[in-house]
Design a protein. Structure first.
Ligand code: FE2
Ligand code: FE2
Length: 480
C-alpha cells in the first residue's frame, strides 16, 4: 500500500482516527499485512470479482448497511463502536455500580488482553476455513452471502485489533501481528480454539457452521458487550448487528436444504425418511444425514464454551470483564457470591444435575442459554418437515454427546444422554456422526451453479433476495 493512501476516508470509523496519530500509525502498518493475509487466505479465486456487499460506514440507521458492488480486497473494513452511553456503570461482579472503565485497569490487563485475543482469533480463522467454498457455490445468492460473512469476519478481526493497538501498546501490536500469522488447521501454529481448526469442506458444513458456531460467537459477544471495559462493550455491541446476518445465512441455508429434500421425497412418493438410498438417488441430502451433521456441529461448538465449571470464567465475571447473556435483564444481585446454579455432571456412571457455586458455573449458564437459542432453530427446521407431512424430527444432541472439553470429555455418551462403554460407542457412533461415505456423498453434490437465478439441485431458492433484489439478480459478477 503506497504512502498517499488516505486512511481517514478509506477506513470508516467513529473513533476519530484522523486525530489519533498513534493509532493511525499502528493501523497503517497493520493494514498492508492484513491485505496480504486476505489475498493469501481469503476467498480463493474471487478477489477480482465485483460482489454485491453490505458495508458499514457508520453506526446509525442509514450508515451501517450500504449496499453496492465492490471487489473484496477494496472492501472498506472499518472501526465502528456502538455509541457511548452516558454514566454507564459496571453491571456485575465485585466492581458493580462503579463507573465503567475507559482505560484498561492495570490489574486486569492480562485477563482482558487474553479475552480479546481469543475472540479476535476466531474471526480470521473462519475466513480461512471457508476460503474454497466459492468454487462450489450452489448459487450466486449463496456465494454473495458467503463473501458477506467473510468480509464481516474480517471486520471483526479489525475490531479486536483496534482494541489491542489502541489500549495495549507494544504487546497489542504484537498480538495484532500474531492474529495474522496463525492458520486454521495448521500443525505448527493453529488457531487457538478447536472448532476453528476443523474443515468446512462443503456448503452444508458452512450452513451448519454459521448456524451453530456463529451462534456461539453471538453468545460470546453478548457477554463481552456487558463488559465494564467500555470500549470492548461498545465494540462488541456493534459486531452483534452483523452477526445476525451470519446466523440468518446458516439457519435459512439448512432450512432450504431440508425443504428441497422434503419436496423431492414427496414428489417421488418416498415416505420413509430413513430410506437413504432412495432419497440419495435424487441428489438431495437425506434427513438422517442432516441430523448427524447437527450432532457433530453442536458438540464441537459446545466445546467452545470451555469447561462448564471454570475458575477463569469466575474470575473474569468477578472482575467485571465478561458478564452473562443479557446480564442486565437477569433478576439477581449480579455478584453471585452466595448463589448456586445447576450443572450437569458425571456422577457414579450417570449424567446428573448438581448445584454448584454460580460464579464457577458462568460457562455452564452461557451454554444453557446457547442451547435454548438452538432449540428455537430446531423448531423452525422441524416446521418445514411437518409442512411436508413427513414423519421425522430433528433434535439437538444431549449436551454431553461427543465432547472433548469439560465435564464430559472423558466419557462416551449417546445423543440421548446415556453413558455407554467404549465398545458400544465404537459399534454405534456412525449412527450418530457423519461417516466418511456420508461426507463423500455431500461433497459429490457440490457442483456449482453460477448463472443468475440458478440453484443447485440439493437446495431450494430463498424466500427473498438480498436487499429486496429479484431472484435472478447477479449478486456476483464473475470474471472469466
Ligand atoms: Fe465474527
Ligand atoms: Fe460471524
Amino acid at each position: 500500500m503506497s504512502a498517499e493512501v488516505n486512511y481517514d476516508s478509506l477506513i470508516p470509523n467513529n473513533v476519530d482516527l484522523a486525530s489519533d496519530v498513534k493509532l493511525r500509525r499502528a493501523m497503517e502498518q497493520w493494514y498492508p499485512k492484513y491485505l496480504d493475509w486476505w489475498k493469501q487466505m481469503g476467498p480463493d479465486g474471487f478477489q477480482d470479482c465485483d460482489v454485491y456487499l453490505r458495508t458499514a460506514v457508520s453506526v446509525d440507521r442509514e450508515g451501517w448497511a450500504q449496499f453496492g458492488f465492490v471487489k473484496m480486497p477494496d472492501y472498506r473494513w472499518g472501526i465502528l463502536l456502538a455509541p457511548r452511553e452516558e454514566n454507564r456503570t459496571i453491571g456485575f461482579g465485585r466492581h458493580m455500580g462503579q463507573p465503567v472503565w475507559q482505560e484498561v485497569p492495570g490489574e486486569y490487563r492480562a485477563m482482558l488482553r487474553r479475552l480479546m485475543v481469543v475472540q479476535g482469533d476466531t474471526e480470521p480463522a473462519s475466513v480461512e476455513q471457508q476460503r474454497f467454498l466459492g468454487k462450489t457455490a450452489p448459487s450466486l445468492y449463496d456465494m454473495r452471502n458467503l463473501f458477506q460473512v467473510n468480509v464481516e469476519e474480517g471486520r471483526h478481526l479489525w475490531a479486536m485489533v483496534y482494541l489491542l493497538q489502541k489500549y495495549f501498546g507494544r504487546d497489542g501490536r504484537e498480538e495484532a501481528e500474531a492474529l495474522l500469522q496463525r492458520r486454521s488447521g495448521d500443525e505448527d501454529r493453529p488457531r487457538i480454539l478447536g472448532a476453528f481448526n476443523e474443515e468446512t469442506p462443503d456448503w452444508l458444513s458452512f450452513f451448519m457452521f454459521t448456524t451453530f458456531t456463529d451462534r456461539d460467537g453471538k453468545m460470546q459477544l453478548e457477554s463481552l458487550a456487558q463488559s465494564g471495559f467500555d470500549p470492548l462493550a461498545r465494540t462488541c455491541r456493534f459486531m452483534l448487528t452483523e452477526e445476525g446476518h451470519h446466523m440468518f445465512v446458516g439457519r435459512t441455508g439448512v432450512e432450504r436444504v431440508i425443504q428441497r429434500t422434503c419436496e423431492v421425497m414427496n414428489k417421488n412418493g418416498i415416505t420413509d425418511p430413513d430410506d437413504i438410498q432412495a432419497i440419495r438417488r435424487f441428489g438431495v441430502v437425506d434427513l438422517p444425514t442432516i441430523q448427524k451433521k447437527i450432532n457433530f456441529h453442536t458438540a464441537v461448538t459446545l466445546d467452545l464454551f470451555g469447561s462448564e465449571i471454570s475458575t477463569n470464567a469466575a474470575n473474569s465475571f468477578n472482575a467485571g470483564l465478561k458478564g452473562r447473556f443479557r446480564e442486565h435483564q437477569i433478576k439477581d444481585d449480579h455478584k453471585l457470591e452466595n448463589d448456586t446454579y445447576p450443572v450437569a455432571q458425571v456422577v457414579d456412571g450417570e449424567v446428573k444435575v448438581l448445584e454448584v457455586s454460580a460464579l464457577s458455573a458462568i460457562n455452564a449458564r452461557l451454554s444453557d442459554d446457547y442451547i435454548a437459542d438452538c432449540e428455537n432453530v430446531m423448531k423452525r427446521w422441524n416446521r418445514v418437515i411437518d409442512e411436508h407431512q413427513i414423519r421425522y424430527h430433528l433434535h439437538l444432541p444431549h449436551r454431553a454427546f461427543h465432547r472433548k472439553v469439560g465435564e464430559f470429555s472423558e466419557v462416551r455418551v449417546t445423543p440421548q444422554g446415556l453413558l455407554i462403554s467404549d465398545r458400544e460407542w465404537s459399534k454405534k457412533y456412525h449412527d450418530w456422526l457423519p461417516s466418511e461415505s456420508d461426507l463423500e456423498y455431500i461433497l459429490s453434490l457440490m457442483e456449482p451453479s453460477l448463472l443468475p437465478g440458478e440453484f443447485s439441485n440439493w437446495i431450494a431458492p430463498p424466500k427473498a433476495g438480498i436487499n429486496g433484489q429479484p431472484g435472478e439478480y447477479e449478486y456476483v459478477r464473475l470474471v472469466a
